[in-house]
Design a protein around this ligand. Sequence first.
Ligand SMILES: Nc1nc2c(ncn2[C@@H]2O[C@H](COP(=O)(O)OP(=O)(O)OP(=O)(O)O)[C@@H](O)[C@H]2O)c(=O)[nH]1
Ligand SMILES: [Mg+2]
Length: 198
Amino acid sequence: MTAPALTVRRPAGGPPSLKIVLTGPFGVGKTTLVGAVSDIAPVTTEARMSAGNADDTSHTPAKTTTTVAMDFGRLDVDGVTVYVYGTPGQHRFWFMWDAIVRGAAGSVVLVDTRRLQDSFRHLDYVDNVRLPYVVAVNQFPGARSYPASAIREALALAANVPIVDIDARDRDSVRRLLIALIEHVITQTTPRSAVAQP
Ligand SMILES: Nc1nc2c(ncn2[C@@H]2O[C@H](COP(=O)(O)OP(=O)(O)OP(=O)(O)O)[C@@H](O)[C@H]2O)c(=O)[nH]1
Ligand SMILES: [Mg+2]
C-alpha cells in the first residue's frame, strides 16, 4: 500500500500548513484533545444528549454532550500551521467522515484500553483511505495500563504504527502526540532515495 504524498500547503503569503484528522469512538476524548491543544478557541459542534439518542455512555457517565459534525482547532508547530479536525463519535454521524478526511496528511486514532474493540472501525477507515496514522492511548482513571506491545497485538497494528500514551486534557502531552504524527507522516511519505545517506 502506497501512502499519499505529504501535503504541506502554503496559502498565498501564509505559513506552510498541514491538515490532520482525529478519530476514535464515542466519548474517547476527541473534543477534549482539540480544546487542550488548539492555539485558538476551538470550533465545536456539541449538542446535548438525552436518553435514547446516545451510544453507550457507561464509560463516560459525566458526559452530557456529543459532537454532531466535527471539532476544529489550529496550532503552530515549528512554523507549520497544523489544522486539527475531530470526527463525531456516534454512529449516526459517521457519514461526516468522508468530508472531514479530504486533504488530510495523517490521522490520530484515539483509543481507550477499556474498550479497544470500539476503535477497530476507525482503524479500518484510516487504513482504507491510506492515511498514515498513530494510535493514541487516552488513559482514563481506573483503566488498566498496558505495554505498547500488548496494544499493538490486540489491535493487530503494523510494526511501524507509533503508539503514544497521552492525557487528552494536557496541552504538552497532545503536542508531543501531534509531533510524533508529523514525524511519522514524513517518514511514511518521503521516498527512501530522498533520505540523506551518512
Ligand atoms: N480522566 C480523563 N478524562 C477524560 C480525558 N479525556 C476526556 N475525558 C473526559 O471524557 C469525556 C469525553 O470527552 P469528549 O472529549 O467529549 O469525547 P469525544 O470523543 O469528543 O466524544 P464524542 O464527540 O461524543 O464522540 C469528557 O467528560 C472528558 O472530560 C482524559 O484524558 N482523562
Ligand atoms: Mg466530541
